[in-house]
Design a protein around this ligand. Sequence first.
Ligand SMILES: O=C(O)CCC(=O)C(=O)O
Ligand SMILES: [Fe+2]
Length: 216
Amino acid sequence: MQSTLFSSPAGPNLLPAHGEMYYQEDFLSAQEAHHYQALLESELRWVQEPIILFGKPVMQPRLTALLGDPRVPYGYSGIQMEVQNWPKGLLPLLRLVEEAAGEQFTHCLCNWYRDGADSMGWHRDNEKILGPRPTIASLSFGGTRDFQVRPYRPKGKDLPAALVGEKKRVLPLAAGSLLLMQGDMQQFWEHQLPKTKKPVQARINLTFRRLFTAKP
Ligand SMILES: O=C(O)CCC(=O)C(=O)O
Ligand SMILES: [Fe+2]
């Protein structure tokens, strides 16, 4: 299979300040995207798990799976996820993404949004284990969904001057696209994948991450 490789970030930085976000719509061909979507649907163990919100367990509105080194656990919002080995067929994709991102990833968090009622709320990927300025590579398969980004205002603090007046940005993430989040983005910006009433196809998203306790 052939793919367009790029060694520098794709396109311009889509954020005006305090972080970096790059988007390449045609990272994978339609054929490659279909191939990997089918593999992801059939070869991962997908579960719907509760997270702890305000002390109570709440089902996440999507299915999830975590790939990586089974010796290194990873969790967020009060859950510890089971780590699955990378299916062999996904390794070429991991290498492609690593080359594009200029980063070596240890884990991949996989999300399956079954329909428009599945979603992910506002958050930052800022767990300590990711380090202070993580590079996160996000690949999309299936139906296009809107990805939203807005400045993050810490409680009781002002926004940095350069972000005052910045509105929510909306980026539709298409099948086969690559989104790179880099630099200070996880410190100063938050993102979400909102629910939608529009008819949408199921979507799978992979976020490749480097966890810093991972053994080589
Ligand atoms: O589905 C998406 O595009 C976003 C996923 C995400 O933000 C995450 O896994 O942390
Ligand atoms: Fe995220």
